[in-house]
Structure formats: structure tokens, C-alpha cells
Design a protein around this ligand. Structure first.
Ligand SMILES: [Zn+2]
Length: 298
């Protein structure tokens, strides 16, 4: 996944891309956005594009060794700092300062991604400030934050701040119709790779994937309960009661129940930050298994 694949926040990805093209990468960035925004996804894409061996176009090439390492989550020149318990402690920043004194392993840059930067204790913030004031050569810090008010003014003033807009989630009806199409494909015995391809259309990033799973689940629930809820009082899509009752006849109650369980598991996997493609592939397989359909994996 490169900048091109990121939905929304084009103004930010364009600025990141330009900084890389012009070799004008700052030593510190602050990505600010609420919980619906994919800050970590954007930060990782930025890191990948910065570290890419073919950065001429200002985006990751996706085929060099560096891009491949980032995609596999094992690039040695990306350092992640996370909260331990409720906060990022002074010791974590101290360890970081020791690490970035060393040269990068592969190229000439080290990228540090500080998740939940606003949970840094005041001591940790003051320590990090020293790094921001006298940056180690080649090091790029990317701080991610939901509440920048919790960061000291001196930290904020030393970072280039990008404020992320919540990703615009396409019309709910569109997502529901996607869910219906996918269930239809399963019913028709469509091959696995076709179903996966369809799923990917709705899941370009974490927030979109989450809302797709929500829609998918609410549709399966509607189908499952329509048999008992004859007036459609409990249905999410009550206005489609007739259609729902007709469609519900195509699936066994057991199938729908298992599908809902699989969707819930997929949602938990996404919350645990598992890879989006992996999670959805897994979901498709579970639903297909449940249907007893021969899989064709491509
Ligand atoms: Zn590359």
C-alpha cells in the first residue's frame, strides 16, 4: 500500500510525498487525529516512502528490499515507541536516545514512530525535547496523537503538524450493498479469490474495514432475526423487511450465526492491529468453510 492507495487526507499525503521528492524531510512530524483516523497506517506509509530505495517519485515503490521489509513488519530502521500501561515512560525515551546514536542498519535514515505520543509523562516529554532540539542526523520522528493538548507547547512547536480528517466513509447503503453482494457470491459458490477481491474494495484502510464489518454484521443479524421479528422492529434496515425476509430463506440460521461470530472475530483482530488483508482473508475462509464450499485459493 502506497500513498496512492490511501483514501482521504490527500493534502497530507501530497505534502509528505513532496517533502521526499524535494529531499526536504523534516526531523519531526506530529500526526494529529481522532480515534477514527488511521494515524499508524499513514505514519507507516510515510516511513516506507522515506526508506524506499527508489524514492524519486516521492512514494514507496513496493518492490525494493526496504519496502518489502516494511510490508512484512520487520524493517530494522523503524523504531516503534508505545505506551507501557497508560503512559510512555522516561526510560523508553532514554533507550530511544541511545539507539538513535547508532547509524541506521540499511540506509541512511532511521524513522521513529511514537504511538500515543500524548501519553508521554512530562519527564519523557522533556527528555524527548532534547532530541527534537538537537536531532540525530538522519532520524525522523513521527509522533501520533489524539490529544495534542497533552503535549507541551515546546514539543508541538518543534514538529510539523498534520491534522488528519476522519476518513469519509462511503454511504452506508453502498456498504450494505457490498455486504449483500459478498453473501450472494458465497451462495453462488464464487471462487475464493473473487470474494477476496470484492472485500478489498471496501477495506482500503482500518476505519473503512471496521465500518464494512459493522455493516456486514448488521445485515447478517437482520437476516437471522427476521424470521422471529415479523414486524421488523429490531432490524437495522427495517425499511427493507420484505427483501430481508425473502433473502433470509436462502441461509440456514446456523450459517448466519457462524458468520456473525466470524465477523466479530475479524473485528477483534483489526482492533488488535492485525494486518487488514490477512484478517479479511481469514474471515472469507471461515465463512466459506461454514458454507461447505470448495475453496480455490489463488
Ligand atoms: Zn521501495
Amino acid at each position: 500500500m502506497s500513498f496512492n492507495d490511501i483514501k482521504g487526507n490527500k493534502n497530507i499525503t501530497e505534502r509528505m510525498s513532496r517533502a521526499i521528492r524535494n529531499r526536504n524531510i523534516s526531523h519531526a512530524y506530529l500526526l494529529e487525529g481522532d480515534s477514527t483516523t488511521d494515524k499508524i497506517g499513514l505514519a507507516e506509509n510515510f516511513a516506507k516512502a522515506i526508506l524506499c530505495e527508489n524514492t524519486g517519485a516521492g512514494d514507496s515503490c513496493e518492490f525494493c528490499q526496504s519496502c518489502s521489509k516494511v510490508n512484512h513488519g520487520n524493517h530494522e530502521d523503524i523504531i516503534y515507541i508505545k505506551a507501557e500501561g497508560n503512559s510512555i515512560k522516561d526510560e523508553s525515551i532514554e533507550e530511544l536516545q541511545i539507539k538513535i546514536r547508532n547509524k541506521p542498519f540499511a540506509g541512511d535514515r532511521t524513522v521513529v514512530i511514537v504511538q500515543d505520543a500524548d501519553t508521554m509523562t512530562l519527564r519523557a516529554q522533556n527528555r524527548l525535547l532534547k532530541t527534537l532540539e538537537e536531532p540525530a542526523p538522519g532520524t525522523v520522528l513521527i509522533l501520533l496523537s489524539e490529544n495534542v493538548e497533552n503535549l507541551t507547547e515546546t514539543i508541538r512547536s518543534r514538529c510539523i503538524t498534520y491534522k488528519l480528517n476522519p476518513v469519509e466513509i462511503s454511504d452506508y447503503k453502498d456498504i450494505i450493498s457490498g455486504a449483500i453482494q459478498i453473501l450472494d457470491m458465497i451462495l453462488e459458490g464464487a471462487p475464493f479469490y473473487k470474494i477476496s477481491k470484492k472485500l478489498v474494495e471496501y477495506t482500503t484502510d482500518r476505519p473503512t474495514a471496521q465500518s464494512f464489518l459493522n455493516a456486514f454484521e448488521s445485515w447478517c443479524r437482520d437476516l437471522a432475526i427476521s424470521e422471529y421479528d415479523t414486524e421488523g422492529r429490531l432490524l437495522f434496515q427495517a425499511e427493507r423487511l420484505e427483501e430481508i425476509r425473502k433473502r433470509a430463506k436462502l441461509y440456514s440460521g446456523n450459517f448466519l450465526e457462524n458468520a456473525i461470530i466470524a465477523i466479530e472475530e475479524a473485528r477483534n483482530d483489526l482492533n488488535r492491529n492485525l494486518n487488514i488483508n490477512y484478517t479479511l482473508k481469514n474471515l472469507t475462509l471461515k465463512i466459506l468453510d461454514n458454507m461447505g464450499i470448495q475453496k480455490e485459493d489463488n
